[in-house]
Design a protein around this ligand. Structure first.
Ligand code: TMP
Length: 212
């Protein structure tokens, strides 16, 4: 999709585990509903039937032998389907799309943390995005040590959550590097205040950018 066909804005939400993304997305959804804003809330990996099936495969703790490259390709396969089937049609019809994780998660997790080279990750990300352009990325900035402490001892952890704390620290450093390299696209929030304060700050930032 060339950016020219795009009428709606595309917003992604990124961060490490336990940073409160789901809570913020729920509050944003309520905000949009209360103001009659035509918005779609979706997630990655997932967001459509085929991609949800791929999600189950990727996150299954039983697939502990999955290679880093298989993992990268599966995330990108899920993204490609979701982008073509759901995100692009919504953007083209003027809907504001909020996506829980997107290409920066691939760069941070499969690139910086798994160690797959940036040229490969960027090329696959680009192909999987099918020409979609992100207008703004909301980064929930909380180091993984604090995120896991906040999450508590959740029992039903998926394959990625079971990774070592060192892995998740690399993911965090990855996000921080991407943010530093693309300051115009990112709005970052120290995800440590009350959920309502953080929500207000996110709404203000999105209003300033002409997204809400
Ligand atoms: P979630 O728990 O936020 O739904 O995301 C599922 C997991 O997948 C989470 O641990 C982050 C990870 N992930 C990647 O490693 N690469 C990606 O491209 C995406 C979208 C998510």
């Amino acid at each position: 999709m060339g950016d020219c066909n795009k009428k709606g804005k595309f917003v992604t939400i990124e961060g490490c585990e336990g940073v409160g993304k789901s809570t913020q997305l729920r509050l944003l959804k309520e905000y949009c509903e209360s103001r009659g804003i035509n918005a779609l809330f979706t997630r990655e990996p997932g967001g459509c039937e085929i991609s949800e099936k791929i999600r189950a495969m990727i996150l299954d703790p039983g697939n502990s032998d999955m290679s880093a490259m298989t993992e990268l390709l599966l995330y990108c396969a899920a993204r490609s389907q979701h982008t073509k089937e759901v995100i692009i049609p919504a953007l083209e019809s003027g809907v504001t799309v909020f996506c829980d994780r997107y290409s920066d998660s691939t760069a941070a997790y499969q690139g910086y943390a798994r160690g797959i080279d940036a040229v490969t990750v960027d090329a696959l990300n680009k192909a999987a995005m099918c020409g979609a352009v992100i207008d703004c990325t909301v980064f929930m900035d909380l180091p993984p040590d604090k995120g896991f402490a906040r999450k508590g001892g959740a029992k039903d952890t998926d394959r990625l959550e079971r990774e070592t704390i060192e892995f998740h620290r690399k993911v965090y450093e990855g996000f921080k590097t991407i943010e530093k390299n693309e300051p115009a696209r990112f709005v970052s929030f120290k995800a440590e205040g009350s959920k309502y304060e953080t929500h207000e700050a996110i709404v203000c930032a999105l209003v300033r950018r002409g997204i809400l």
